[in-house]
Design a protein around this ligand. Structure first.
Ligand SMILES: *[C@@H]1O[C@H](CO)[C@@H](O)[C@H](O)[C@H]1NC(C)=O
Length: 198
C-alpha cells in the first residue's frame, strides 16, 4: 500500500509524458532504510500493520484494514516528512529531482493539494481523529476505506526513468525549541521502473 503511494508520488507532477510501473523488489513492499539516521525505526516498528490487508490482482493493489500507531512523541513536537527518490547508478544511490520536504506534516497531511493526501491520507476513514492525534500518539488506529491503487506512474517531462529506483520516506521529530530529536521513522521502497506505454 505504501508502495503504491510512492509509485504515484513519482507521477504527482502535472507534465506527463510516459507511463511506467514500478516493479517492487521486496514482497513486504517497504523496508527499513539502509541509510537512515541513527536511531530511526522502520515502518513496522513505528506502526502495527498486522491488521492491514494488501492484495494484488489484475486491477491493482487492494488496500483495506487499519494500522495502529506505536510511535510516541509529546503532542507539542513537530513532525517533518521528507520524500526522496534515488536512482541506482554505477553502484551508488544518486539523488533525483523527485524530492519534497513537508516541514509540518500534521498540519499538511489532509491538504488536498499535497500528495500525502491525494495518494494516501484521503483513504483514511477517521479523519477527525487522525487530524487530532497525527502520527505519533501511541494507540491511534488509522482506519482505511478500502481502495485500489494502480501501480502506474507518469513520468514528468524530463529524463526517462530507467533502472532501479528507491523512494525514501523520513519522518523526523522536533521539540519546542525546534531541536531535532533522535526518534525518527524511515522506510523505503525499491523497485525497477518499467515503461508500459509510448
Ligand atoms: C481493524 O482491522 C481489523 C481487520 O480488518 C478489523 O477486524 C478491526 O475491526 C479494525 N479496527 C478498527 C478500529 O476499524
Amino acid at each position: 500500500m505504501f508502495a503504491t503511494l510512492l509509485i504515484l508520488i513519482l507521477g504527482s507532477t502535472d507534465i506527463l509524458a510516459t507511463d511506467y510501473i514500478l516493479l517492487v523488489e521486496d514482497p513486504d513492499i517497504y523496508t527499513p532504510c539502509t541509510d537512515g539516521p541513527p536511531g530511526s525505526v522502520g515502518l513496522n516498528e513505528a506502526f502495527d500493520v498486522s491488521e492491514m490487508q494488501v492484495e494484488m490482482d489484475e486491477e491493482g493493489i487492494h488496500v483495506s484494514g487499519n494500522i495502529t500507531t506505536r510511535w510516541s512523541l509529546p503532542p507539542t513536537y513537530r513532525i517533518s516528512a521528507r520524500m526522496s527518490v534515488l536512482h541506482f547508478n554505477r553502484g551508488n544511490w544518486e539523488p533525483t529531482v523527485f524530492n519534497t520536504l513537508t516541514p509540518d506534516f500534521c498540519d499538511a497531511m489532509f491538504n488536498p493539494n499535497l500528495f500525502w493526501y491525494k495518494y494516501w491520507f484521503k483513504n483514511f476513514e477517521n479523519r477527525e481523529e487522525i487530524q487530532e492525534k497525527c502520527l505519533a500518539t501511541q494507540g491511534t488506529v488509522l482506519v482505511y476505506n478500502p481502495f485500489v491503487v494502480v501501480p502506474r506512474l507518469n513520468n514528468v517531462l524530463g529524463p526517462t526513468l530507467k533502472g532501479r529506483y528507491k523512494v525514501v520516506f523520513l519522518f523526523e521529530a522536533f521539540n519546542e525549541q525546534d531541536e531535532r530529536q533522535p526518534s525518527s521513522v524511515c522506510f523505503e521502497i525499491t523497485g525497477d521502473a518499467e515503461k508500459i506505454k509510448n
